[in-house]
Write a protein that binds this ligand. Structure first.
Ligand SMILES: Cc1cc2nc3c(=O)[nH]c(=O)nc-3n(C[C@H](O)[C@H](O)[C@H](O)COP(=O)(O)OP(=O)(O)OC[C@H]3O[C@@H](n4cnc5c(N)ncnc54)[C@H](O)[C@@H]3O)c2cc1C
Ligand SMILES: *[C@@H]1O[C@H](CO)[C@@H](O)[C@H](O)[C@H]1NC(C)=O
Ligand SMILES: *[C@@H]1O[C@H](CO)[C@@H](O)[C@H](O)[C@H]1NC(C)=O
Ligand SMILES: *[C@@H]1O[C@H](CO)[C@@H](O)[C@H](O)[C@H]1NC(C)=O
Ligand SMILES: *[C@@H]1O[C@H](CO)[C@@H](O)[C@H](O)[C@H]1NC(C)=O
Ligand SMILES: *[C@@H]1O[C@H](CO)[C@@H](O)[C@H](O)[C@H]1NC(C)=O
Ligand SMILES: *[C@@H]1O[C@H](CO)[C@@H](O)[C@H](O)[C@H]1NC(C)=O
Ligand SMILES: *[C@@H]1O[C@H](CO)[C@@H](O)[C@H](O)[C@H]1NC(C)=O
Ligand SMILES: *[C@@H]1O[C@H](CO)[C@@H](O)[C@H](O)[C@H]1NC(C)=O
Ligand SMILES: *[C@@H]1O[C@H](CO)[C@@H](O)[C@H](O)[C@H]1NC(C)=O
Length: 509
């Protein structure tokens, strides 16, 4: 069934392409390439309503959809494909014109040029927002447009008494978060977000629409789970579904007076004999912030438990009993959608940086990372409306096993045991502070790595979704064994290296 639909699509595509390109090979660019205006004006002719130019209101709206203000660049035009067939025509033209382009879905990567371009064509996901229920290889799935954000997916599914394994924060894009691996609230049972994707509908650089599953193109299927935008253009994801059930959760907001108690809870949670992370139904996401205007620490902890209960289960109780501010609320039973909706923090009024590293999961590792953070953060110079944060993302032994069973390019090694994926983030508003903060964040991670290595608590892994400018996640995949395979697979499906060179992106192979 899927096969014949695919073949029809392919013939249609070949027909469209031959008309569009009037005898030119898809690959043959004119010497020196076409001008940007050439690509934008051709795209505007083919898709009069789906291409916007600088100065138009659509362009202004679509070009504002970045979480990091510094990631807003100046594309020559913005094209919003509405289907796989549209994406084929877009890519064919870009490849033919040797035209640099960027791909933006949820726009959450805080790296200028990860999903944006100065002068190139921006393919934005805004019009790939369809969602439906279907079956793939006998598995009931939600077929989800690559331009959707998780809150949209969760609330559509909840209306049908279903849910899926996705991002923790409302506005994050399905595409970036799931193809970089992806941390969900259900990770100890279901592994990475990517491990729950039954199929990917992609358009390759040569203009083919592929339905990529464990049975069709299994090598590409493996590589897409962790490989981000390095192989093809994502159009739809086929996500496994689960019954939607009431859960327990909310946020605990703490001021400076409770931060020590919060660090105690964070450290205990990481213990491998009795810590809360041993409970596969529990997920906590504690963030400790240092605010530069006030020179004060504070805490923000997202608590989740997959059970229909009204009292905190023992594994997360250390977080809910910390003296907290009035705007804290951890409750149950409640809907998953109401819980996730409280995490909507979209807004591009700040410049931002992420940086990632990892440690083994022990209480000592948490205390060590926190002491480096405290020491360095307090030495920062005054930055208007500036802040830095550290977040502990507990990845249990059960998680590592679940991810391993599914099989993905990230290929964490079960023998290496549980880890904590550390996210360092900063926010500020003045462009003049960009270089200072990048240099601060870079040395912060270097100091953390030096300390954790000295204490034998370092874990060699950089989580792509949290990685920052200049960090390289792929060499860590599969303890070094995945990257050579990923490069071969990229060569097979993208022999010209379109996704390595023409396409913008933060992390290339
Ligand atoms: C507030 C916030 C909360 C977060 N929460 C989580 C979380 O709970 N779990 C988690 O794992 N991560 C989380 N992250 C990290 C997040 O997963 C990454 O930033 C991710 O890259 C964002 O995906 P996006 O689609 O929003 O971003 P984008 O910046 O639009 O895209 C990310 C990458 O994918 C590529 N890309 C985009 N669209 C396409 C396409 N159609 N085809 C091919 N490539 C494409 C882009 O080129 C870019 O390099 C969070 C980030 C933020 C800022
Ligand atoms: C494509 O563009 C790149 C960078 O602009 C250039 O180096 C290369 O020569 C171009 N290729 C062709 C075939 O025009
Ligand atoms: C595109 O066309 C405009 C208006 O003709 C011109 O100002 C601009 O420089 C051109 N840009 C490129 C990249 O050729
Ligand atoms: C995409 O854009 C077209 C033209 O603007 C519109 O008619 C269509 O409804 C859009 N589709 C989606 C899925 O948003
Ligand atoms: C969802 O579950 C509720 C409560 O069991 C039920 O009343 C409702 O009909 C269900 N909705 C759908 C779309 O199945
Ligand atoms: C809660 O904190 C106490 C005291 O630090 C610790 O002994 C206990 O293991 C923690 N419980 C969990 C489930 O993390
Ligand atoms: C959450 O827990 C319920 C009740 O045990 C279970 O039915 C459901 O499958 C769980 N959800 C996920 C995504 O694991
Ligand atoms: C919670 O309230 C405090 C002051 O009472 C405020 O500073 C903080 O920004 C609030 N946090 C959230 C997440 O609402
Ligand atoms: C999320 O919360 C906002 C503001 O409270 C509300 O307007 C919106 O409808 C909510 N969305 C969902 C999906 O519940
Ligand atoms: C700092 O933030 C406040 C509140 O968000 C805002 O009113 C003010 O303009 C910001 N300051 C600067 C210099 O941007």
């Amino acid at each position: 069934m899927a096969r014949s639909t695919f073949d029809n699509f392919k013939s249609l595509t070949v027909l469209c392409l031959s008309v569009l390109l009037a005898g030119n090979s898809v690959y043959a660019a004119p010497p020196g390439g076409y001008s940007y205006n050439g690509s934008c004006s051709t795209l505007s002719t083919i898709f009069p309503k789906r291409v916007s130019l600088p100065g138009s209101s659509n362009y202004a709206l679509q070009n504002a959809e970045y979480w990091d203000e510094a990631a807003v660049l100046s594309p020559a035009c913005i094209s919003v494909p509405s289907s796989a067939a549209d994406a084929v025509l877009n890519l064919a033209l870009l490849v033919k014109n040797n035209q640099s382009f960027a791909m933006r879905s949820g726009g959450h990567t805080p790296i200028p040029g990860a999903a944006g371009t100065n002068g190139g064509v921006l393919l934005a996901g805004d019009n790939l927002t369809d969602i439906s229920l279907t079956n793939l290889d006998g598995v009931p799935v939600a077929k989800v447009g690559s331009g959707l954000r998780w809150i949209e997916v969760y609330s559509w599914l909840a209306d049908r008494n279903l849910t899926t394994i996705g991002g923790r924060y409302a506005t994050v894009g399905v595409t970036g978060s799931s193809t970089g691996g992806g941390i969900s609230y259900y990770r100890s049972i279901h592994g990475w977000i990517a491990d729950n994707i039954v199929g990917f509908e992609v358009v390759t650089a040569s203009g083919e629409i592929l339905l990529v599953t464990a049975n069709q193109y299994p090598d590409l299927y493996w590589a897409l789970k962790g490989g981000s935008g390095n192989f093809a253009y994502f159009v739809h994801f086929y996500l496994k579904t689960w019954p939607s059930v009431p859960i327990y959760g909310g946020n605990v907001v703490t001021d400076a007076s409770s931060v020590d108690a919060l660090v105690d809870a964070c450290a205990s949670f990481a213990d491998q004999k009795e810590g809360g992370m041993l409970d596969p139904l529990a997920a906590v996401n504690p963030t400790i912030q240092y605010t530069l205007d006030s020179r004060q620490f504070s805490g923000f902890t997202n608590v989740f438990y997959n059970a229909s209960v009204s009292e905190a289960p023992a594994s997360v109780k250390n977080f809910t009993t910390i003296p907290a501010l009035g705007n804290s609320s951890v409750t149950g039973p409640r809907t998953f959608v109401s819980f996730v909706n409280e995490t909507a923090i979209f807004g591009n009024d700040f410049r931002r940086l992420f940086r990632a590293t990892s440690v083994k999961s022990t209480p000592e590792a948490v205390r060590l990372i926190q002491s480096v953070f405290d020491d360095q953060a307090t030495q920062l110079k005054n930055i208007v409306n500036g802040s830095v944060t550290v977040t502990y993302q507990y990845m249990s032994e059960a998680f590592v096993q679940a991810a391993h069973v599914s099989g993905d390019a990230i290929d964490l090694q079960p023998a290496d045991g549980p880890l904590i994926a550390i996210l360092l983030a900063s926010a500020w508003q003045t462009p003049g502070d960009d270089a200072y903060l990048l240099s601060f964040m870079t040395s912060l991670v270097e100091a953390m790595d030096a300390a954790s290595k000295a204490a034998d608590l370092y874990y060699p892994f950089i989580f792509l979704n949290d990685a920052g400018i200049g960090q390289q996640p792929f060499p860590f995949y599969g303890a070094g064994k995945s990257l050579p395979k990923m490069k071969q697979i990229a060569k097979k499906y993208d022999p010209l290296g379109v996704f390595q060179t023409l396409a913008a992106g933060a992390f290339k192979l």
